[in-house]
Design a protein. Structure first.
Length: 178
């Protein structure tokens, strides 16, 4: 990256706790800079060592991404899926209460399907046999459930900390506004 590109978009917004990289990349794109895919580039990113610490990290990401105005890039899809599952659950209870298990089964199916898609997309980077991939599916399914919970609770926190209190400006708008 050239220094003038960094300067033109004013670098990373320093008043954000997270999402500053996404905002920076969006600014570069809007300023007319182009990104190129480098197939040899390697990026390492590690999850936290426990589901609890992973949850805490993504709770912070969720709240701050919404504050940065990025709700539609992540949380909106998750909330839509869970709102749909909640409607199915309510309908099942009204139509046939013995079908209470249906939305639970659909939820698990949704998580497993997302895990399979994730593993499939990364099959060249992380090859593995059947048994290894089944274990990965179980692990990724659990992680996705934790990430979804963090996204939903982060949205609820945003509602009570920002939206209901009347804080209409995002930290990005309140800060440097670039």
């Amino acid at each position: 990256m050239r220094r003038e590109a960094w300067a033109k978009v004013k670098g990373f917004p320093e008043n954000l706790r997270s999402a500053e990289d996404l905002i920076f990349m969006d600014r570069l794109e809007k300023a007319g800079y182009r990104a190129v895919f480098e197939p040899r580039a390697l990026v390492y990113w590690r999850l936290r060592s426990t589901l609890k610490s992973t949850f805490k990290r993504f709770l912070v990401y969720s709240l701050n991404n919404i504050r940065a105005g990025l709700f539609n890039q992540w949380q909106s899809r998750i909330l839509f899926r869970y709102a749909l599952l909640l409607l199915i659950f309510a309908a099942a209870l009204v139509v046939r209460p013995s079908w209470f298990w249906l939305p639970i089964a659909l939820w698990l199916l949704m998580l497993v399907a997302r895990a399979i898609v994730s593993i499939w997309r990364n099959r060249n980077c992380y090859p593995g046999g059947l048994l290894r991939n089944v274990r990965r599916i179980l692990m990724v399914t659990a992680i996705l459930a934790v990430l979804d919970a963090a996204a939903i609770i982060g949205w609820v926190q945003w509602l009570f900390l920002d939206a209901f209190r009347g804080s209409r400006k995002t930290p990005l708008e309140a800060g440097d506004g670039a």
